[in-house]
Ligand binder design. Structure first.
Ligand code: ADP
Ligand code: ZN
Ligand code: ZN
Length: 801
């Protein structure tokens, strides 16, 4: 008997293994590894979506197995490689296998279930009216708690029955097309025979005969724009044509393309390309770190090494931090490789993602560009993987599975025996340290392609500024520099560092700060809606006119928000045209691209934005970059604060002077002597690396140590704390003397969405028993009597807040 091993869609520890299902004889020829199926599960025989991860032969089974109910896919959605990857991912991130499978596939393929109510006793007196019709009723998500409770009672009384129906959200998009039922000649003959008064009918037949000369069909839409519906109907009635729904794939790339030829490489680029190509040719899973200043031609290195993989009839995968933020990069890949490019990122609609994914799965797209989750693109025969801006935090997923795309890329490169190229102007310390040790091969591009000098960077001490200047946000130097640009009709980019910082409302008499009632953080002021919002849970309330604590009316906002700065700027320069770019102005689909294009087209003088403007912009008319507050991130309780500040400042400085005109950068700070800021001024990555490595060494931090964070949360603080201490007890026996344990301690933001968080951080070098211990902890806490307790394990966390 053939048995399918199926991972079912129930993300809890007890179901975190494959279950055996019988393959009914009729399905035997269809079933394959990597297919999605519908199975019934548990005592209630709930219908669930599942993934066939293996097919085995079994002689006899003691208890009869349940059969597979249905097959969802005709072709496997998961390749053998992706099946293996899901297993590895689950183990290395301490996540459930089902969660990993769902992460690997596009969202629309995730199972979702309709609850269907069947009425067993239609004449039951207290039957709610909406159930009185005989047909089964699909419950929508809107059913309230009390209604549901009533339904549960009815179920207990045997009046109704629930059924779960899996439905597949993935829908292909179709469009109606006209096809000829006869040959074009016969169509023309019939047209000839038609009487003169059916002039339109004649015209239609001629038109269709002409159009189908070099195509199999004509879109109904097109015909409808030319002929009336009745003319079309007549043709249908006489069976001259048929109408069929044909699939159209949603396209996310522009139709127009200006092809771009490869460039003659400069010596440093040549060396890098040669080293990478050698690995591609010889099927070596080597990792390269391309360290190149902004404008040094890294992208050209990526494109040419990708071309090499394509020449060998292989595919190429390119990861970028967040596509919405790097439209120019996608454009360049498209210009080079045309229609074989597929794009995957969070800005696409579910349908668009699904279509792009299938173009890749079907082998029609050989080049994939995408953000973090594109690392799971179902490419086969990968010849090269590129990861641009490898230091970016967006490569780490903050939810389960808590994977870093770099690690997944390393794993896939090993599977495909292909090189992985990490590129950055400011590599992560981890990667740079690995290159130092020879684990990665370092390739440096130390100069800009056009020999343009890096822009001059000036540091302004804001502590001196407070007394001299009436506005808190702009120093004299920065406002003068903006005036000069406005006079010369050059453009300025101003960045406001918003991380860990926001404008909040505080009472100047008693110091009361308005906080979120659900979370332990201050609410952020939003000028556009005139409300205070919580950035964690979405809570929103009006701005108070009086202090809720002391009733003083001196309650004002503090801090610097983009809206406030925009207002200030507008007051300082009434004639300046300003584009503001932050989460609020870029929320709508495509807004980011539109704003950038407007700025690129010269429709504004000043681009004011948060960190999102630091990336990838390349506008020749920008000659001034101002950083309004460089050091807000330095104060965060996070050992990576300096690294992050250095990276951000270096990156944003690279936006200035990319064209023929010279660029200038002004950085305002309250910590002018901090090494991260000083070294960003000289843009000396190598020196920053050495300095920071020393500090990490002294503090026993990565890359000298690995870290893992265990966090638990509960609606009751004492339970969260108690659980954290019992976890500590479980952890200690699994660790050697050399491991360093920090905590348990409340997180910096101890309460989020009404849950209290406690965490333990382990720093270690080699702990062979650690993984097993963590699995054990996960298992135990699943069974715990703390029903509300949630526990998460984060290997190499990037956020410690
Ligand atoms: P990076 O990715 O390192 O910031 P880019 O690859 O974007 O740098 O290169 C900066 C600019 O130099 C781009 O406009 C690019 O087209 C151009 N460029 C890159 N390599 C060459 C080359 N070998 N010859 C001429 N121009 C080049
Ligand atoms: Zn909140
Ligand atoms: Zn007060």
């Amino acid at each position: 008997m053939k048995i399918a091993k199926v991972i079912v869609d129930v993300p809890v520890m007890q179901t975190n293994r494959p279950f055996d299902y019988e393959i009914p004889r009729a399905m035997t020829p269809l079933i394959q590894k990597g297919l999605r199926v519908v199975v019934s599960f548990g005592k209630g025989n709930r219908l669930l979506q599942g993934y066939v991860v293996d097919i085995v032969d079994k002689q006899a089974v003691s208890t009869p197995l349940k059969p597979i109910v249905d097959i969802i896919d005709l072709e496997p959605v998961l390749t053998p490689e992706l099946l293996e990857l899901s297993d590895w991912l689950a183990k290395s991130t301490y996540a459930f296998r089902i969660t990993c499978l769902q992460t690997i596939l596009p969202g629309v393929m995730r199972g979702s279930y309709d609850k269907v109510v069947h009425v067993l006793q239609p004449d039951y007196p207290q039957l709610p009216t909406f159930l009185k019709q005989a047909a089964p009723v699909v419950l929508d998500d809107q059913v309230g708690k009390s209604e549901l409770a009533a339904l549960l009672k009815l179920r207990q009384a045997g009046v109704i029955r629930f059924e779960y129906q899996v439905h597949n959200k993935a829908k292909i998009k179709t469009q109606r097309a006209i096809m000829l039922s006869q040959s074009a000649e016969s169509l023309l003959q019939q047209a000839q025979a038609l009487p003169e008064r059916l002039k339109k009918q004649k015209e239609l037949l001629h038109y269709l005969a002409r159009q189908t000369a070099d195509a199999d069909f004509v879109w109904v839409k097109t015909v409808q724009s030319l002929f009336s519906a009745s003319v079309l109907k007549t043709a249908l009635k006489h069976q001259l044509i048929t109408i069929k729904a044909l699939e159209v794939k949603r396209r996310v790339l522009p139709d127009k393309r200006v092809a771009e030829a490869p460039r003659q490489l400069l010596p440093d680029q040549k060396r890098a390309v040669a080293a990478i190509d050698q690995a591609t040719n010889n099927k070596l899973a080597k990792v390269f770190l391309v360290e190149g200043v902004t404008g040094s031609g890294k992208t050209e290195v990526y494109l040419q090494t990708m071309q090499r993989a394509l020449d060998l009839n292989k595919s190429a995968l390119m990861l970028v931090p967040e596509i919405a933020l790097t439209p120019q990069m996608v454009q360049r890949v498209f210009q080079r490789f045309g229609n074989q490019v597929a794009v995957l990122h969070s800005g696409l609609s579910e349908g668009e993602k699904y279509d792009e994914w299938r173009r890749i799965r079907e082998g029609k797209a050989k080049v994939v560009v995408g953000a973090r989750s594109a690392v799971f693109a179902p490419l086969e025969n990968i010849g090269i993987i590129i990861m641009d801006e490898e230091h970016e935090y967006s490569y780490k997923q903050e939810d389960t599975p808590r994977y870093h795309a770099r690690n997944v890329a390393i794993h896939r490169a090993a599977y495909h025996h292909c090189p992985l190229v990490l590129g950055s102007a400011t590599p992560s310390l981890e990667s740079r340290a690995r290159a130092q040790k020879g684990v990665y091969q370092l390739l440096r591009l130390p100069t800009r392609v056009n020999q343009a000098p890096l822009p001059k960077v000036q540091i302004i001490d804001m502590r001196e500024n407070i007394e001299q200047h009436q506005t808190l946000d702009f120093s004299r130097a920065l406002s003068d520099a903006i005036s000069v640009r406005l006079a010369k009709k050059e453009q300025s980019v101003l960045m406001l560092n918003r991380r860990g910082f926001s404008s909040f409302v505080m009472c100047r008499d008693c110091g009361y700060v308005v906080k979120c009632p659900n979370c332990d953080i201050s609410l952020t002021l939003h000028m556009d809606t005139h409300t205070l919002k919580c950035h964690y849970c979405g809570h929103e309330e009006p701005i108070p006119k009086k202090c809720p604590n002391c009733h003083s009316n001196k309650i004002r906002y503090y801090g610097t928000g983009t809206e406030k700065v925009e207002k200030e700027l507008q007051e300082m320069y009434p004639k300046a045209r300003i584009i503001r770019m932050d989460v609020d102005t870029t929320r709508k689909k495509g807004a980011y691209g539109r704003l950038l294009k407007a700025f690129g087209d010269g429709q504004a003088d000043i681009l004011l934005g948060t960190q999102m403007i630091a990336k990838g912009l390349d506008f020749p008319n920008v000659t001034l970059v101002g950083v309004i507050n460089a050091d807000t991130a330095l104060g965060l309780p996070d050992f990576r604060a300096s690294e992050r500040t250095f990276q951000l400042l270096t990156q944003v400085a690279g936006r200035a002077g990319r064209g023929a005109k010279k660029g200038e950068v002004i950085i305002q700070t309250y910590n002018p002597d901090h090494y991260a800021i000083q070294l960003a001024k000289s843009q000396d990555y190598e020196k920053f690396f050495r300095t920071e490595m020393n500090i990490r060494h002294q503090g026993n931090y990565p890359p000298y140590y690995f870290t893992v964070r265990l966090a638990c949360s509960d609606p009751e603080e004492n339970k969260a704390a108690k659980a954290a201490f019992s976890i500590l007890k479980l952890l200690q026996p699994g660790l050697s003397q050399k491991a360093i344990i920090l905590g348990p301690s409340p997180r910096a933001i101890a309460r989020i969405k009404n849950r209290y968080y406690y965490q333990i951080i382990v720093k270690y070098k080699q702990e062979p028993k650690l993984a097993q211990t963590l699995d054990h902890i996960l298992n135990l806490t699943q069974k715990s009597n703390y029903r509300q307790l949630q526990i998460s394990i984060d290997q190499e966390p990037l956020q410690f807040m």
